[in-house]
Structures are given as structure tokens and as C-alpha cells.
Design a protein around this ligand. Structure first.
Ligand code: SF4
Ligand code: SF4
Length: 595
């Protein structure tokens, strides 16, 4: 019987890991035991099974061992109440690695998981492509359509839940509907600017209402921090990362994001691939600078708990053990970082808000209280407590897809408690929990907006006017001007330099002067930094351009027209239309902002 790894681990950490005195105090804290009532689905029973395998009394290929370990959520609620200090989470990871070795995952699910863990997650470019595709599907409403039409259910409930999870990752702004009485142009603009086909930074250009930079970002620096953005975090929850940056900036922290960071490795560790998790851990330690002491900020409990565990994960690695320990000590949830700062005052919310403590934030990172404090720092927060907020929601990484039945039973309890609060907004400090609760609510027909607490604080800061007027990027209208005005000037100058017979245009001096005047005027308007002026210029110039091009194209013979060739006319019609549309979108957007 091959049980070497488990036996070695147990032997090495006997006092810590086999200290279970069978008192049973952990049973009622365990969500899987509570819903099944089966001792083997509780911590005590699972520890017993692990010990039996470790001592060679039970085969590591036993179905019972695999099933009951697989059914564990890894929430670590049992650790919290254990009087003997059994470090269940660490033992669980080793047991899972043992199972993966003895009984490699089989079937389509196993093959997909293996492929994702080995060929997608460790490769940033492939991971970006995967999440970009997911975002396009999400933003096109594919997931929503498949779930609402019940087509997804025809394939399987697991398939349906997967699409509901994807849909529930939509930013709140994308879930909002156009204001009443919006015309089709307004509705189209509203929808276009709330998709994320383009990365968030480009969306910020379209949405001139997106929050500006914090007014006091450099006024009173409290030090630098590094953001761990996360794979799912940056892939589907970039809006939470941006809110985190703004809130930290508003409170005086200088935030930067190391570009060479990779996934934290939680998915690998939970799936029993500890070597895969170690590789990612080493890359992250290098990316965040092993010798630096700058805090590393996370906004996802799952990632935070994993990053903190690097010291344990690499404890036997001679080269990395010490730096891993230092790295783990630098990890802080965004709320923990703000705990030590005097949080800026904010504006009140109107919606009824409740809070669910993510298990990993609570038991892994021990930051759930800070997260709640951060949320409650919002002035006059309309808040209601959630019964059983400390209980797992059943997400546990991809547990919800691998163990849909048990996950669904755990989730139902959570949804019942949420429905009893009457809250319309559920906040939680972990992306996985946001998606799990959001998907469950959607399938159960419960109207619920799932958010990260830092998003609410960010919006509250925006309402309180903490962010400066300066935008995080130029608006689309001003960008158009910045590109278009220099082109006009170059065209005007070139018109004077090139002989008329070689000119693409008529070569008429009036035409060149026209280009120069409008180019200079465009730069002047750009310098004014006034959105209204940029919109006015784009619409005005676009209309003039359209008039001339149409007049030339339709009414006048080419040789006598102000514009010379048909191709030139078509080009000017396209430019004119584009300018008028960009200007019109800008007008509609401004109107929405002032409502
Ligand atoms: S609370 Fe701790 S000591 Fe008691 S049964 Fe559970 S794991 Fe064992
Ligand atoms: S980690 Fe959670 S689900 Fe697993 S035994 Fe402990 S309390 Fe139960």
C-alpha cells in the first residue's frame, strides 16, 4: 500500500496534525456534517479516515476515503472551534494530494481539470485569452440567455450553474438598466458603455462618469502598497481591483501592481496538485520582490488565505523557505490595510445591505472583521446583519461544480438566511462567494446584487466628492480631438507643400486653410479641457464635413467640387459620421450623469 507522503507528513507534524481528541466540538461548525448528519462528512470522521490511511489500516485507493475527503469544503470552520488546535486545512491538502496520486481524476471533468491546471492556469497569455473569451460571452449575455431560456438545463444542472456563475460576475454597472424614458440611442449608448469587451481602462474612457483619481492621492502619502490582482480577480472582477486602487489612493496609499504576478495557486492546492501550487508560489514571491517589506494587498479571501499559506507550502524548500515566510507576513486584505488608516468620510447608501463573511477571509486570513468594519465605515449605512454569516456558502473554489448536490444544499441555507434579511445587496470579500451566492439567487429567482464591500465604499467616496474632477483617462471625445486635430494640421501643411497635380485632394489653398484653421481650433478646444467644448467641436466639424462631402458627392461634378475625388468624399462621409456619433454619445452620457 502506497501511503508514504501522508505517513511522512503525519509523522513530521504529529503533535499538530494528530492532536484530535475526538471531542466532537467541531461537528456543529461543519457545514457538510450539518446538512448530511454523516460522521464521515464531518472533520472528526475525515481525520479518522486520514489517520487510518496513514497507519495503513485503510487503502489510499478506498472509495470511502476519496468520497468523504472530496466532499469537504475546505472552509476550515472546524479549526476555529477545535480546542486541540488541529490544523485541519494543512492536513486536508496533503490528503488530497495523496488521493490525486492514488486515484488520478478520471472522465471528462478530470481531463478538463487537468488540462486547465497544467496548460492554462500557469500560462498568463492563455489565461488572459480564457478570461477574455469568458467576458465576451458574459457581456454578450450568452450565459444569461442560456440560463433564463432554460436551454442550459437541458444539457445539465452543472452546466446551467456554470453559466449562472459567469453571469453573476458582471459588474454592478452592467446590471443596471437605462433610465426610464431613454430613447434607443440613449439605451444603446448605455449598454455599449457598460460592456467590458475592452479592458476596464478603455471602458473608463467611454464612461466619463467613472470615478476620477483620488484628490489626495499624493497629498499625504501613507506609503506604498502592491496589489495582488488575482487571475479570476483581474479576469472577471477587474472593477473590484480598480475600486480597491481608488479607495487605497483616497486614503493616501500609493498603489502599484507587479505585472509578472501569476495565479495564487489555490486552485492547484485544492485539487491536490501541491507541486503546481509551489511553482506558482515561487513565481509570485519573485514578482513581488522577496527582499522588500511593502504590504501586498488582496481583495479576495481565497487568494489571501493561499498567499498567507506560502510559508507552510514552501517550508521544506531550502531556497525559498525564508523568503516565503517574509512574503506571507506581508499579505493583507484591503480592509486590514485601511484598519490602520483613518478612513475618509463618505456618503450614505440607500439600499439595504447585508454582509457574508467569506470562510477564507474569516478563517484563513482572519480579516472578516476588518472587512465588515470597512463596510460599516460608510456613513449612515443601511445595514442588516445576516444570520450564519460565518457559515460557508458552498463555493469553495470549484467545489460547486465538482460536488453540485452537496454545494447546493449548503447554498440553500445561505440563500434562506439572506432572503430573511430583506437586503437587496449582499456584500462579501471573496469573488468565489460573490459568484456562488449571485448564481444561487439568480436560479432561485431572488433579486440580489452581490458586491464587494470595497465597491460600496468606492461609490460612496465618489458620491461624497472625494475623487477629484480629474478623470482617470480622457473622454472618448477628447481622445478623438487629440488624434484628429494634429491630422488636420498635417493635411493642411502638406496641401501647401505638394503640387496640386500630385495632391490627393483638390490642392485648393482654401481647402488647406480650412484644414489648418480647424486643426488649430481643435487643439485649442483640447487645451480647454472642457468636455462640452470637445463634444461641440466634434459634432460641429462632423456636420460641416458631412455637408461638404455629400454636396460634393451628390450635387457637383467632381472637378468643380470642393473635394476632388469620390474616394475623398467617401472618406469624409465616414469621418463626419464618426465625429457626429462620438459627439452624440458624449451628449447622451453627460445627460445621464446629470440625472
Ligand atoms: S474539535 Fe478538534 S479535537 Fe475535537 S473532534 Fe474536532 S478536530 Fe478533533
Ligand atoms: S473544512 Fe469545513 S467542510 Fe471540511 S471538515 Fe472542516 S468544517 Fe467541515
Amino acid at each position: 500500500m502506497v501511503t508514504t507522503q501522508l505517513q511522512n507528513t503525519l509523522a513530521a507534524e504529529e503533535q499538530k496534525l494528530l492532536a484530535c481528541i475526538h471531542c466532537g466540538l467541531c461537528l456543529e461548525a461543519c457545514p457538510t456534517y450539518v446538512v448530511t448528519g454523516d460522521e464521515n462528512d464531518g472533520p472528526r470522521g475525515r481525520l479518522y479516515l486520514m489517520r487510518a490511511v496513514g497507519e495503513g489500516r485503510l487503502s489510499n485507493q478506498s472509495a470511502s476515503f476519496k468520497n468523504h475527503i472530496d466532499r469537504c469544503l475546505g472552509c476550515r470552520a472546524c479549526e476555529q472551534v477545535c480546542p486541540a488546535g488541529v490544523q485541519y486545512g494543512q492536513l486536508l491538502e496533503v490528503a488530497r494530494a495523496e488521493i490525486v496520486k492514488a486515484q488520478p481524476p478520471a472522465g471528462i471533468t478530470g481531463a478538463l481539470l487537468n488540462f486547465a491546471l497544467r496548460h492554462v492556469w500557469p500560462k498568463p497569455a492563455r489565461l488572459r485569452l480564457f478570461f477574455a473569451t469568458s467576458r465576451v460571452m458574459r457581456d454578450l449575455g450568452v450565459g444569461r440567455l442560456l440560463v433564463r431560456s432554460r436551454i442550459a438545463r437541458l444539457f445539465s444542472k452543472r452546466f446551467e450553474f456554470a453559466f449562472a456563475l459567469l453571469d453573476s460576475s458582471r459588474p454592478s454597472e452592467m446590471r443596471s438598466v437605462p433610465p426610464r424614458g431613454s430613447g434607443w440611442v440613449q439605451s444603446l449608448y448605455f449598454k455599449l458603455t457598460r460592456t467590458s469587451f475592452a479592458p476596464t481602462r478603455y471602458r473608463a474612457v467611454l464612461l466619463t462618469s467613472s470615478h476620477g483619481v483620488p484628490a489626495n492621492q499624493t497629498a499625504d502619502p501613507r506609503g506604498s502598497v502592491l496589489l495582488f490582482s488575482g487571475c479570476v480577480g483581474e479576469g472577471l472582477f477587474a472593477h473590484v481591483n480598480r475600486a480597491t486602487e481608488r479607495v487605497l489612493g483616497a486614503n493616501g496609499f500609493d498603489v502599484s501592481t507587479p505585472q509578472s504576478q501569476v495565479c495564487c495557486g489555490a486552485l492547484h492546492a485544492h485539487a491536490g496538485d501541491l507541486e503546481g501550487a509551489r511553482k506558482l508560489a515561487r513565481q509570485n514571491i519573485a514578482a513581488f520582490g522577496s527582499e522588500r517589506s511593502i504590504p501586498i494587498i488582496t481583495n479576495a479571501g481565497g487568494c489571501g488565505a493561499m498567499l498567507i499559506s506560502y510559508s507552510h507550502l514552501l517550508a521544506d524548500d531550502e531556497q525559498f523557505a525564508e523568503t516565503a515566510e517574509r512574503f506571507s507576513n506581508r499579505i493583507k486584505d484591503v480592509a486590514q490595510q485601511l484598519d490602520n488608516a483613518k478612513i475618509e468620510p463618505s456618503a450614505a447608501t440607500t439600499e439595504l445591505v447585508t454582509y457574508d463573511a467569506s470562510c477564507h477571509l474569516l478563517y484563513g486570513q482572519r480579516a472578516a472583521d476588518s472587512s465588515l468594519r470597512m463596510l460599516r465605515s460608510i456613513d449612515d449605512l443601511n445595514f442588516v446583519e445576516l444570520k450564519g454569516a460565518e457559515r460557508c456558502c458552498g463555493a469553495a473554489g470549484i467545489y460547486n461544480l465538482l460536488q453540485p448536490e452537496l454545494s447546493g444544499r449548503v447554498l440553500r441555507e445561505k440563500l434562506t438566511a439572506i432572503a430573511e434579511t430583506g437586503a437587496s445587496v449582499l456584500t462579501t470579500g471573496n469573488a468565489g462567494c460573490q459568484m456562488q451566492i449571485g448564481a444561487g439567487a439568480c436560479l432561485a429567482g431572488i433579486k440580489l446584487n452581490t458586491r464587494h464591500p470595497v465597491e460600496l465604499l468606492d461609490e460612496s467616496y465618489a458620491r461624497a466628492g472625494i475623487y477629484s474632477e480629474r478623470r482617470s483617462g480622457m473622454s472618448l471625445n477628447r481622445i478623438t480631438l487629440a488624434v484628429f486635430a494634429p491630422i488636420l494640421i498635417v493635411a493642411g501643411i502638406a496641401g501647401f507643400l505638394v503640387p496640386p497635380e500630385q495632391s490627393l485632394t483638390s490642392g485648393a489653398p482654401a481647402y488647406n486653410v480650412f484644414h489648418l484653421i480647424f486643426g488649430a481650433l481643435g487643439l485649442l478646444v483640447l487645451g480647454l479641457k472642457r468636455e462640452r467644448a470637445a463634444i461641440g467641436f466634434n459634432i460641429g466639424f462632423g456636420l460641416i464635413d458631412l455637408y461638404q462631402a455629400f454636396a460634393s458627392f451628390i450635387a457637383l461634378p467632381p472637378k468643380q467640387s470642393f473635394l476632388w475625388t469620390r474616394a475623398d468624399d467617401v472618406l469624409h462621409i465616414i469621418i463626419g459620421l464618426a465625429l457626429v456619433m462620438i459627439g452624440a454619445f458624449g451628449m447622451v452620457n453627460r445627460k445621464q450623469q446629470t440625472k
